[in-house]
Design a protein. Structure first.
Length: 199
C-alpha cells in the first residue's frame, strides 16, 4: 500500500512538471511575426482616430463614471436593449477588427482596443466588461510605455478545448502611448500551422 501511494505521489509530481514545462515551453510560439502583424494594425488610421476621439470623450471621466459605464455594459449583456454595446460594436474600428479576426481563419479568436482610461474603444466581439483598466492587459502595456508587450499565460477554452493566449501591446502615436490592444491567439491552431509549415 505504501509503495502504491509513493508511486501515485511520484506520478502526480511528474504530471505537474510535464504540464508546467509544457506551458512555459509554448511561450516561444508567439514569435516576432505575430507581434509585428499586430503592430501593423495598431498604426492604422481607424485605430488611431478612434483612440483620439475616445480619449477626448472620456478625458474628464473619473473612477465613479468609469464604474458606472462598466456596470451599464455588464447589465446590457443580459437584455435586448444595448445602446452602449451597440455603439461600440457598430463602430468602424469594431468592423475593422472583426474583418481581421475573420481573415485569420481561426488564429485570432478575439481582438479589442482600449483607450487611455482602459475602456473598450473597439472590439471584434462582445467582451464581458467595458473597463479593462484593472487588468494586466492594460496595466502592463499602456502604463509601461510605447513599446510594451505583455503575453499572458496560456489557458484552455472550456467550450472549444483549444489553448489560447492573450497578446497585449501598447499603441503609440508620435512616441506617446494612446491606448493598448489585446489579441487572443489560438495557440492550438498556431502550433498546427507551424507543424504544417504554413506560418
Amino acid at each position: 500500500m505504501t509503495s502504491m501511494r509513493a508511486f501515485a505521489a511520484t506520478f502526480l509530481v511528474c504530471l505537474s512538471v510535464l504540464f508546467s514545462s509544457s506551458a512555459s515551453a509554448d511561450e516561444w510560439l508567439i514569435r516576432e511575426h505575430i507581434i509585428d502583424e499586430i503592430r501593423s494594425w495598431s498604426s492604422s488610421p481607424v485605430i488611431l482616430l478612434t483612440l483620439e476621439a475616445s480619449n477626448e470623450r472620456y478625458a474628464s471621466l473619473d473612477q465613479a463614471g468609469i464604474d458606472a459605464l462598466d456596470k451599464q455594459w455588464r447589465a446590457e449583456r443580459e437584455v435586448e436593449d444595448q445602446p452602449l454595446i451597440t455603439a461600440v460594436l457598430s463602430s468602424p474600428l469594431s468592423n475593422y477588427l472583426t474583418r481581421i479576426q475573420a481573415r485569420s481563419r481561426g488564429l485570432y479568436t478575439e481582438i479589442f482596443v482600449m483607450d487611455a482610461k482602459g475602456l473598450n474603444a473597439g472590439q471584434s466581439s462582445i467582451t464581458s466588461d467595458f473597463w479593462q483598466g484593472d487588468e494586466g492587459k492594460w496595466q502592463k502595456t499602456f502604463q509601461v510605455g510605447p513599446d510594451a508587450i505583455f503575453i499572458d499565460e496560456i489557458e484552455i477554452n472550456e467550450d472549444t478545448g483549444t489553448e489560447n493566449a492573450q497578446v497585449n501591446l501598447s499603441i503609440a502615436q508620435d512616441g506617446q502611448v494612446v491606448g493598448a490592444i489585446t489579441v487572443e491567439v489560438n495557440v492550438t491552431e498556431l502550433r498546427r500551422r507551424y507543424a504544417a509549415g504554413k506560418v
